[in-house]
Each structure stands twice: as structure tokens, then as C-alpha cells.
Write a protein of this length. Sequence first.
Length: 135
Amino acid sequence: MKKILIVLFAALCLLGSCGGVEPPQEETEVVTFRQISQEEAKTIMSTNREAVILDVRTQEEYDSGHIKGAVLLPVDAITEESAREVIPTKETQVLVYCRSGNRSVTASKALAQLGYTEVYEFGGINTWPYETETW
């Protein structure tokens, strides 16, 4: 019985010394943006004249109708440089939309990865109940 206890004790010591150590894990940066309603986006547009309304569709789609005051930056053209050309600072509120809401999510993620901290995605113009303009 004494030998069994010694063997069990030795086994527990060995298992205890290697089982609790985990290899270091890489830290992953959390990249975020907020999804808001179109009503919330309209409120921000009305109260913050510094906010950038970003249309991430194509030039042709933009020309056929866009939200008043929106600037065009197609989702496929988003780079550090192109974003800097239309968004004054990384802390500027950016309201992002497209046609139906898919490209605006992709664009919002890209802007957040570039370090923009106030990115708000609000879907697509196809359900926008407010005024639009055409060129």
C-alpha cells in the first residue's frame, strides 16, 4: 500500500509540474466599428457637421443617387492614402453606407483596421428613407 501511495504521489507531481503551463499566445488586435440604424445616422448627420458621410459604391452608382453631402470612396479603393484624402483625422466620425449593406460592412472593417476609431455603418441607400441627390 505504501508503494502505491508513493507511485501515485510521484505521478501527481510529474503531471502537476507540466500540465499547468500553456504556451504563450499571440495577442490579437480587436478591430471594431459600430452598426447603427439609419435614423441614428441621420441624427449624427444633422448634429455633427464634421462627420464624413462615406458612400463606398461605384462611381456610376454614386452618380445615380447618393445621400446629400456624401463623398465617394469605393470599397475596393480603400487604402491608408485614399482614406486620408477624404477623412480629416482618425477620430472623425465616419458614416458608411453602400447599396444594400454588404460593402459598407467590408469598408467599415477596412477603416477600423486602418485605425479609424469612430466608424459607423448604417446599411444601404436602397432603404434610406430620407433625401438623396443625383449628379
